[in-house]
Structure formats: C-alpha cells, structure tokens
Design a protein around this ligand. Structure first.
Ligand code: NAP
Length: 400
C-alpha cells in the first residue's frame, strides 16, 4: 500500500508513517520528506487530511480512528473487527464531524463489493446478501471435495501453503465470516447487527464422506454466510451448507470469495475475486483513498448520513436439511429415526447409504423437506441419545 502511494505521487502526498518501533520499518524507497513516527498524536496534529488505519485489532485502532474523526480527518481502514463491532457509531461520528469513513478493504479484500453497495447498488433496495467470505474455509472445503482427504489433512495443507494461520479457529468456526457478514449487512441492508448475534457453525465437522453424499444430491459443501432481511427480522447464519454443484457458490474453488446480492428492483448480482492478500487489499485501500480525496476536492458538502434499522436477528431459516449419522449398524435404525422425525412433524425427503461401509461406524444420510431450525433442533437432541449413534448427527442446511 505504502509502495503504491510512493510510486504514484501524483495521486496523493504521503506525509507520515506511524508504527510502533518504527526504526525497523524504514524503507529506502519512501520519499525523504515523509515523517516516520511512533506517536499517533504527531499525525493527529498534522495537516494531513486523511488517515489510513492498517494496524488491525480493536485497541488502539479504535482510539486512533475516533481521534482522527473527532479531529475532522477522514479515515480509510481495512479493519474488519473494528467496523463489524463499532461501524455504526464511527459512521455517525464521521457524519457529525463532517468527514468520511471508508472501509472497502475490510470485507472480501480485493473484490470491490463495498464500493458497489455504496454506489452502483445504492439505488436498489437490497433484501439479501450471501457470500463465501472466508478464503481459508473455501480452500479447505474445496480441497476435501477434490481430493477426498480428511479435514485435518486439508487444514495442514492450507497452513503449509499460507492460506490458514497456525490457530485458524476464527476462520474455521465462522468468527471471521460473521464479522464480514455484519459489515455487508450494515453497508447493503442498512442494519446494525453485532457479529456475536449471528450464529456461526464450524466446518471442522465436515468429512470427506459428506462430499460423496452431497454429490449424490447434485450438491457440494461451502461455508456460506447469509443475511436475509424480512420485515423487522434479519435471518442470518454462517456455516457449512449444501449448495448445488452447478451454482455460482458451488463453482467457487480454492481461496476465492464470492458475494451475491438480491435487490427488490435490480435482482441478483455476483462479485467474485481474491478475498485477501496484500496487493488486492492495498488496491482496495487506495481506491477508498481516491474516493475520499475526490469528495474532499469538491469542497464542503453535507455529511453522508446513515439511517440504520435494528432488526431482531434470528437463525431460524426455513430450509431443507441434510442430516448425516454415524451409526453402529443394527436392525431398526431407520425406523427409530423416522419415529422421532415424525413425532416432530418433520418430513423425510430421501435416505442415502453407501454400500460396503464399516458396520461399526456406518455413515448414512437423511434429507428433510423444508422446516425451521427450531423445529429440527428438539428432534436432533432426541436422536443424540440413541445408543446406535457413534457420533453426533451433522445437520447442514441445503440451499437451493
Ligand atoms: N493482509 C490481508 O490480506 C488483509 C485483507 C483484508 C484486510 N486486512 C486488514 O488490514 C489490516 C492490516 O493487516 P496486515 O495483514 O497488513 O497486518 P500486519 O502485517 O500485522 O501489519 C500491521 C502493521 O501495524 C503495526 N501495528 C500493529 N499494532 C500497532 C500499534 N498498536 N501501534 C502501532 N503500530 C501497530 C504492525 O507493527 P509490528 O510489525 O510491530 O507488528 C504492522 O506494521 C488489518 O485490519 C487486517 O484485518 C488485511
């Protein structure tokens, strides 16, 4: 990012670089006039119009961004956690101080989806956003899909190739994607939703055999983040889901990201590309910078205001379900499961069982006709107590 700014001095004048222990950060290609500092107040008290925050995390980034906005300086940030948790208040602070806050790099790095929500789609009334927002999960799932390797092997491979961190919990368990979904919902659906209120399901439970069964159903498995605004309720969920293999989601391979929007007037749009990486993210940051600079060059204007709704957040989607059981084979298994499903008014759509499996740990699948999560959940609890289940049942929504 700094390199782009230094190589294209006609765009902007870089005045300060602020970093802890700054001495070790110095680069010969940075122009001599740039001030290197460890003290953020030096930047705050300078003539700079725009501050770029790229330190990540909440502390001290939040204080830096608040300080900049209060001082009337516009801010460009790539900080997903900061915007997911404090975006609405920070946007308000920017409006009160007549400056701008842009965060285009905070979701799907190199894909200009947030600028599209800000500009090209702002004339529509969006009601749904869904995406593959985590490249690590997509890499792992698409590797299990293509190589039929265990989850643990796909994770190790992702770590060896630099697609997953040593502790990848935030990615695997959905924390990263739900923060991104909160930001997309803020920018596209104009709602406040705290990441913690969005249910996140892990991908650690996905097995190579699930891809065999998904294939039989014409599907594959991806970590899907979705937010669907219906009246005063935002239905939101992050986690592994079955998607048709031939759908845009089903075709996303390796660590790419895809975001799809649905609008009342314009219908559906899809945005595909590199979700992370230094260079794509740098382009997103510089593009935000150009947008802010262009606005500033047009002189004082009324601040951009955000009318945000605060819907109830629910994960109770109505959807068909995929249930995968690992059982110790014995007569009457299907009858026992079917009785519980029937007691809860749940209709079976299909039963799938691969031949020649280990009778002590036999994977088989039941798919259900559409029902709500709250309807399914009590049935799953009863099934978990059955003595032939050797592992907890895996339940995945089937998105058509
Ligand atoms: N890289 C990507 O692909 C990507 C994609 C999308 C969004 N982002 C976002 O972009 C931001 C930066 O990510 P990155 O990958 O470039 O991170 P990074 O490599 O860790 O760089 C962060 C920089 O900020 C400095 N820093 C951290 N805490 C500081 C503090 N308290 N005071 C002063 N300086 C501090 C770090 O210095 P030290 O060297 O001392 O640690 C480092 O130079 C994050 O918000 C991240 O989520 C990154």
């Amino acid at each position: 990012m700094t390199k782009i700014l230094c190589e294209r001095p006609n765009l902007f004048r870089l005045t300060h670089i602020c970093n802890r222990n700054v001495e070790r950060k110095k680069q010969p290609w940075v122009p001599a006039g740039v001030t290197w500092t460890e003290d953020f107040n030096t930047v705050l008290n300078s003539e700079a119009d725009i501050i770029i925050e790229l330190i990540g995390g909440l502390t001290p980034a939040e204080n830096f961004v608040r300080g900049a906005l209060k001082a009337g300086k516009s801010v460009v940030t790539a900080n997903k956690q900061l915007i997911a948790r404090h975006g609405p208040e920070l946007l308000q602070l920017a409006a009160e101080n007549n400056c701008q806050l842009e965060f285009g790099a905070s979701v799907a790095g190199g894909i200009p989806v947030l600028p599209a929500l800000r500009a090209g789609l702002s004339g529509d009334s969006l009601h749904e956003i869904a995406g593959i927002l985590n490249g690590t999960c997509n890499y792992i799932l698409s590797r299990i899909e293509t190589a039929r390797i265990p989850f643990s092997e796909a994770l190790e491979e992702a770590q060896a190739r630099g697609y997953a961190e040593a502790d990848a919990s935030e990615d695997l368990d959905g924390g990263d994607a739900r923060a991104k979904l909160s930001i997309l919902a803020l920018a596209g659906l104009k709602v406040r939703v705290a990441p913690i209120d969005v249910r996140a399901r892990t991908i650690r439970t996905i097995d190579a055999v699930d891809f065999d069964y998904a294939t039989e159903l014409g599907c594959t498995i991806r970590q899907i983040s979705r937010a669907d605004l219906k009246g005063d309720t935002l239905f939101a969920d992050v986690g592994p889901s079955l998607v048709p293999a031939s759908s845009p989601f089903g075709r996303v391979q390796r660590n790419l990201n895809l975001v799809m929007t649905s609008g009342e007037y314009g219908g559906d749009n899809a945005f595909l590309g590199a979700g992370a990486g230094g260079d794509p993210t740098a382009v997103a940051v510089v593009s935000d910078l150009m947008f802010v600079a262009e606005n500033l060059s047009q002189g004082p204007r009324p601040p951009r205001t955000w009318q945000l709704a605060s819907p109830t957040v629910s994960c109770d989607f109505e959807t068909p379900w995929y249930l995968r059981f690992w059982v110790k084979d014995q007569p009457g298994i299907i009858a026992s499961l079917a009785a519980i499903l029937s007691d809860h008014h749940l209709n079976i759509d299909s039963v799938l069982q691969k031949p020649d499996c280990d009778k002590n740990a036999l994977p088989f699948v039941i798919t259900l006709e559409p029902c709500r999560d709250t309807q399914l959940h009590p049935a799953l609890e009863k099934m978990a107590a059955l003595n032939f289940c050797v592992k907890p049942c895996l339940s995945l929504p089937i998105l058509r």
